[in-house]
Write a protein that binds this ligand. Sequence first.
Ligand SMILES: [Zn+2]
Length: 145
Amino acid sequence: MPKVVSRSAVSSSTDAQPTASSAAALRVYYCICGEFILVIDTNLSALPRRQSDKSTIIRCRDSGSAAARVFKLNATPVDPVLIERNGGHERQYRFLCPRCTLPIGYQSTPPPSKSGPFLYILPGALTQMQGQLPQGALDDDDDES
Ligand SMILES: [Zn+2]
């Protein structure tokens, strides 16, 4: 009896395999509900944060000496909201977790993601450990008022 090997399964897994070097550098982030949200070429904690709301800043476009990050966002875009900021207003096009609809992040331009210069990830929204609370997820209740 010949051994049955599914050729399509073998070839597709080989094709989908990233090179060893790029796979090693990629980080995967999950919503606290466990849904896969983001894969990116760096550690989010190494990226700069906004002063206004402590969101992590992901650069989407090359600018001078700063190179854009390589990433893919798995989130649902929703209608923009207006945020009051230092007497002015800021329009945020938000992205929600496709499973639990928790807000993940936002950008200043209409979807799709990467249409603007930056994408912002809300503090405590994502974790690298599937099924675990991110560090600081419950910390910012105080400054909501
Ligand atoms: Zn979720």
